[in-house]
Design a protein around this ligand. Structure first.
Ligand code: SAH
Ligand code: SF4
Ligand code: F3S
Length: 448
């Protein structure tokens, strides 16, 4: 019997990369590969990389570096780099890492089987990093094994970004914004819902500009992001709907209305602010002010009282003064976010801020990050305590990771709740729990 070739995929970075890895995995299984979870058994190793900060890139390079030895032992091994570092480096990567066979940019993932066939026949390094403005995301239906239906899935609605925030590599690695066709998105969600998937998260770098990429305005007969949400929310079987991410500059009142209108739209909004200082926001090219951010948050809370707002913050952007940083600390008090992802500024290739002169020393960045995170931890705890005594709907996720013998679920506001449950619960079930206790990163509850 001929042994089926095995492929191993490792993924770094955001949900966009997770989804791309799933697509590559499906394309490979449809073209006779078997997916393996053991890198040592693989004939093809694909590293799907992220370049958002220096550390993410280093992780990818260190793993790729280790593959050199594996390839020396097994010369038939095919090593592919995909994702944002692949797009960023292109052909250059062969100089640094000649053991890599294939460089695959985000727009080229659909060509993976064809490129691998070519490589098997003719072992020449290949690069597929074209970025075309006429690229369209192909219609694609996820395959789901009947015995392994997950309870939630990501659906990509657009790729790329036109915003060019001065620190960000994404517009260079993912290219310009391309929105996926409405009918393809609806077909994918309907397919998932019909298979029993309960929660859908719509993905894009800036979902609010869905459909606007050609002229910055909606073309006649076009569908805006809020209308797309309404259409997806109306699909039978979609119990919960989420989306990520949106730039605050494009958050419209129509989108805020959706939180009042659509029962299945989860009351959680990830709204990256990046800094509390208008000077820094300007240098970042974010195109909003703190005043307008606060105003939007207040309005959003008017439409959806209790909505959980989470954010991203970069500390130590070039030129960030103590006063600028204090403005960010002050913003934490004004908004009291339900969660915060915070990062030290990192220079990235091609970006404008890379060239800015007044870089903040590493030790100051570290101090600011520690102070920010420590205050936010207190706020997280205070926020979590607000839920004690409340009865909340949760979706069962599976066995609890932190408490043995317990179940874990997620609220609409995206909080993890651990609870004692009976053995026949299933992921995707929606249940009610009363919250008894708040912990730093989760809640504890009792099933009703
Ligand atoms: N499209 C999303 C952001 C995706 S990147 C948005 O605009 O909200 C996720 C987060 O990484 C960003 O929000 C930012 O906080 C952080 N980030 C991006 N580039 C960075 C850099 N050069 N250094 C440090 N953090 C960065
Ligand atoms: Fe990067 Fe800004 Fe685009 Fe987000 S909106 S992906 S931070 S350029
Ligand atoms: Fe990283 Fe690319 Fe996503 S840089 S965060 S994998 S879009």
């Amino acid at each position: 019997m001929i042994r089926q070739k095995q492929a191993y995929i490792e993924t770094f970075g955001c949900q966009m990369n997770d989804r791309d890895s799933e697509i590559m995995g499906q394309l490979l299984t449809e073209s006779s590969y078997l997916l393996t979870s053991k890198m040592s058994e693989a004939d093809v190793v694909i590293i799907n990389t992220c370049s958002i900060r220096g550390k993410a890139e280093e992780k990818a390079f260190s793993l790729l570096g280790r593959l050199k030895k594996k390839k020396q032992k097994k010369p038939s091994l095919i090593v592919a780099i995909a994702g944002c570092v692949a797009q960023q480096e292109g052909n250059k990567i062969f100089e640094r890492m000649p053991h890599i066979d294939l460089v695959l940019g985000p727009q080229s993932i659909y060509r993976l089987p064809e490129l691998l066939k070519d490589l098997e026949k003719n072992k020449h390094n290949k690069t597929a990093t074209e970025q075309s403005t006429s690229f369209s995301i192909p219609a694609f239906l996820p395959s789901l094994k009947d015995n392994l239906i997950p309870h939630k899935k990501f659906v990509t609605i657009m790729q790329g970004c036109n915003n060019f925030c001065t620190y960000c590599v994404v517009p260079y690695t993912r290219g310009r914004e391309v929105s996926r066709k409405l009918e393809d998105i609806l077909a994918e969600v309907s397919h998932l819902a019909a298979k029993g998937i309960k929660e859908i998260t719509l993905l894009g770098q800036n979902v609010n500009s869905y459909g606007l990429e050609k002229t910055g305005e909606l073309p006649p007969g076009g569908t805006s992001f809020p209308d797309l949400l309404r259409a997806v929310a109306g699909i039978e079987g979609v119990a919960r709907l989420r989306f990520t991410t949106s730039n605050p500059k494009d958050l419209s009142e129509d989108l805020m209305c959706c939180f009042t209108e659509l029962d299945n739209l989860c009351p959680h909004f990830h709204l990256p602010v990046q800094s509390g200082s208008n000077d820094v926001l300007k240098k970042m090219n974010r195109k909003y002010t703190i005043e307008s951010y606060l105003e939007k948050v207040a309005k959003l809370r008017g439409y959806s009282p209790g909505i959980a707002i989470t954010t991203d913050i970069i500390v130590g952007f070039p030129g960030e003064t103590e006063n600028d940083f204090e403005a960010t600390m002050d913003l934490l008090e004004k908004i009291r976010f339900h969660g915060l992802f915070s990062f030290k500024y990192s220079d990235r290739p091609h970006t404008r801020s890379n060239e800015f002169s007044d870089k903040v020393p590493e030790e100051i960045k570290s101090k600011r990050l520690a102070r920010l995170q420590s205050r936010q931890e207190e706020i997280n705890m205070e926020r979590n305590l607000e839920y004690v005594g409340q009865t909340l709907k949760i979706m069962v996720e599976g066995a609890s990771k932190s408490a043995e013998g317990q179940w874990s679920g997620r609220t609409g506001s995206n909080h993890i709740v651990n609870f004692n449950g009976h053995s026949n619960l299933r992921p995707g079930q929606i249940l009610e729990v009363t919250i008894d206790e708040a912990c730093l990163h989760s809640l504890r509850g009792t099933l009703i």
